[in-house]
Write a protein that binds this ligand. Structure first.
Ligand code: NI
Length: 185
């Protein structure tokens, strides 16, 4: 359908709490998901949340293809990353499983060119619905868990730099990881 403009940090719309979706399997919702997918793919992102394209609804998409992942591993932004199925998740609820936290590098399509070391829950359960209203309920870890937490943060107006503990671990891709391809969320 359309590749949409991605809002950048500093735009007040990225700081809002998004509203739940109340009607499923509608033309508007399907169109939103097509735009999210087209925009994420065009920008080679690992995930995208509706507020990032100026739509204040609790809708996120994410996914890392095996082929892209192989390139990523060579390039090597996520050397230990597992493949993440392409998922459209609506009205998500994230529940940490246990106390374990992990720090790893994140980027964001709304914070282009930068990367920071962000603590996330290592294990989570996430629940929500797909665009037809069917329930999604998964327990995941590692990179999959990280991407979901990053995207769901966007629904509450939280950008990853707000979660960085040590601001010395925040900088430009080219300086932190010279010569490497990067994928943003
Ligand atoms: Ni992001």
């Amino acid at each position: 359908m359309a590749i949409r403009n991605v809002l950048r940090m500093g735009d007040a719309r990225l700081l809002q709490r998004a509203e739940p979706v109340s009607h499923f399997d509608t033309q508007q919702l399907h169109a939103l998901l097509v735009d999210l997918r087209d925009t994420m793919q065009a920008l080679n992102g690992a995930g995208l949340a509706a507020p990032q394209i100026g739509v204040a609804l609790r809708v996120v998409i994410f996914g890392v293809q095996p082929l892209l992942l192989a390139q990523e591993k060579r390039a090597s932004r996520y050397p230990d990353a597992e493949s993440v199925p392409e998922t459209m998740l609506i009205n998500p609820v994230v529940t940490p499983l246990g106390e374990a936290m992990e720090e790893d590098w994140e980027g964001c399509l709304s914070v282009p060119g930068l990367r920071g070391l962000v603590p996330r829950h290592a294990y989570i359960r996430y629940q929500g619905q797909d665009e037809y209203g069917a329930l999604i309920d998964r327990s995941v870890s590692g990179f999959h868990a990280r991407v979901v937490q990053h995207e769901c943060d966007h629904l509450d107006g939280i950008l990853y730099p707000m979660r960085i503990r040590d601001m010395t671990q925040f900088g430009y891709n080219e300086e932190l990881f010279p010569g490497r391809e990067m994928q943003d969320e």
